[in-house]
Design a protein around this ligand. Structure first.
Ligand code: DC
Length: 220
């Protein structure tokens, strides 16, 4: 089987990671969650009490931080932070960090390295437009704000996190705006990406739809 890459982009809560993880399992390829990498850097900056406006300090931290994705877990300087990076205190600040060119430069470099020698499905905001511009398949996954907020709300409730539906809606709207209006690599659908709207569809339906798109585009 020839090496290939699948880029999945879309707004927060569209189902990118759930769907991409399942597609990766079905096809036996690597899944790379780039949002988790931005979250891990954000967590480190918060834990180190770094002022996000302090460019020199942010740069120093970013250059000296190890972010790894191992067996579905996220390791920050060797520590498993998979749960912590999903907490609201990280979610509400990650867009600010992801808008910093110095952070993007470093993480994009690492993401390209990860896809160099193996077939991957990589999800994020700028994968089809920037990180893997030559990906064989590009998917733009979306859903209505209400549906995306509802999914996050259920996820947070299951984890016992105290947050209201309205607060999540507000956070999602705010992140959509920051992610799609920032100067460096904003969220947008690549010209050659296929739009998949997940509103009202089950996870299985979306996974099947994407696998059939991949099968049409790549010889697997
Ligand atoms: O997909 P997510 O919610 O875990 O992403 C967290 C944040 O990181 C989100 O605000 C957008 C940003 N991000 C990005 O700018 N580029 C990526 N490739 C992935 C995520």
């Amino acid at each position: 089987m020839k090496k290939f890459a699948i880029a999945v982009d879309g707004p927060a809560g569209a189902g990118k990671s759930t769907i991409s993880k399942l597609v990766a399992q079905k096809l036996g390829i690597e899944y790379i969650d780039t949002g988790a990498m931005y979250r891990a850097i954000t967590l480190k900056l918060i834990n180190n009490n770094v002022n996000f406006g302090d460019f020199d300090n942010v740069k120093k931290i970013v250059e000296n931080t190890k972010v790894e994705l191992v067996n579905g877990r996220v390791l920050l300087d060797g520590d498993d932070v998979s749960e912590e990076i999903r907490m609201p205190y990280v979610s509400t600040r990650v867009s600010e960090v992801a808008a910093m060119p110095i952070v993007r430069e470093r993480l994009v470099y690492l993401q390209r390295l990860m896809a160099e020698n193996t077939s991957v499905i990589m999800d994020g905001r700028d994968i089809g437009t920037n990180v893997l511009k030559n990906a064989e398949i590009k998917i733009f996954l979306t859903a209505s704000v209400e549906e995306r907020a509802n999914r996050r709300y259920i996820e947070m409730q299951n984890k016992g996190v105290d947050i209201t539906f309205e607060e999540i809606c507000e956070d999602i709207r705010k992140r959509d705006t920051i992610d799609s209006t920032r100067e460096v690599n904003p969220l947008r659908q690549a010209e050659d990406a296929i739009l998949v709207d997940t509103t009202g569809k089950s996870i299985e339906e979306v996974v099947d739809e994407i696998i059939s798109i991949i099968k049409k585009g790549v010889n697997i």
